[in-house]
Each structure stands twice: as C-alpha cells, then as structure tokens.
Unconditional design. Structure first.
Length: 112
C-alpha cells in the first residue's frame, strides 16, 4: 500500500506490487500540472500506468470520462491498476501493450 499526497492536500491510497514502478517527485509534478491546467472530463489513456496513480488521481478529481484506458508492458502493472480501479469504483479498460499498439483504432483527448 502506498499513500500518494500532493501539496494541495489531495491524497490517494493505492495497492502497489513490488514489481511495479513506485511514484516519484516527477509523478507528483506531472499530476499537479495536469490538475492545474484541466477542468473537464476527457477520454484518457494512461500509458505506462504502473499502479495507476496518475490516471486514478485524475478520476478522483473528476477529470476522467469513463472508462479510464490504461496500458503497461508489465502484466503486474495491468493487474495492479485493475485492482486499484475496482477499489475506488473507476471503470477501466487496461491492457498489456507497448505504447499505442493495443489502441490503434482508438482516439483519446489525453495521453499521459
């Protein structure tokens, strides 16, 4: 379990497999930038989703047009984000994929 907190007080608790990337200060900066510059729900692909900290944080802030689309080259990461999405009630379409290979016929308003 990790607790991810932003300077604005937003907090999300997520399960994180030992085999999945641990969010860093860069993750925090990306998320803060998105939150400061977006105010409407969008169809979103979380590339390299890991445990889902960015995509699921956007969902918790009302910025995801469901489902959240997510992919990672790691089976562990795909399983991890599915678990976390289920726990917070976010509809998700998560696939193992290298960049956009699983999403050839899909268009997104945001790719993270």
């Amino acid at each position: 379990m990790i607790e991810f907190t932003l300077e604005n007080g937003f907090k999300i608790d997520l399960e994180k497999s030992d085999k999945v990337f641990t969010p860093t200060g860069t993750t925090e900066a990306i998320l803060e930038g998105i939150l400061e510059n977006n105010s409407e729900k969008r169809s979103t692909l979380d590339l390299g989703c890991g445990c889902g900290v960015i995509g699921l944080s956007l969902y918790k802030n009302g910025l995801i047009k469901e489902p959240l689309y997510a992919s990672d080259v790691s089976d562990d990461a795909v399983a991890n984000i599915k678990l976390n999405a289920s726990k917070i009630g976010c509809k998700i379409n998560a696939l193992k994929s290298n960049l956009f290979s699983a999403w050839k016929d899909k268009k997104f308003e945001n790719c993270l």
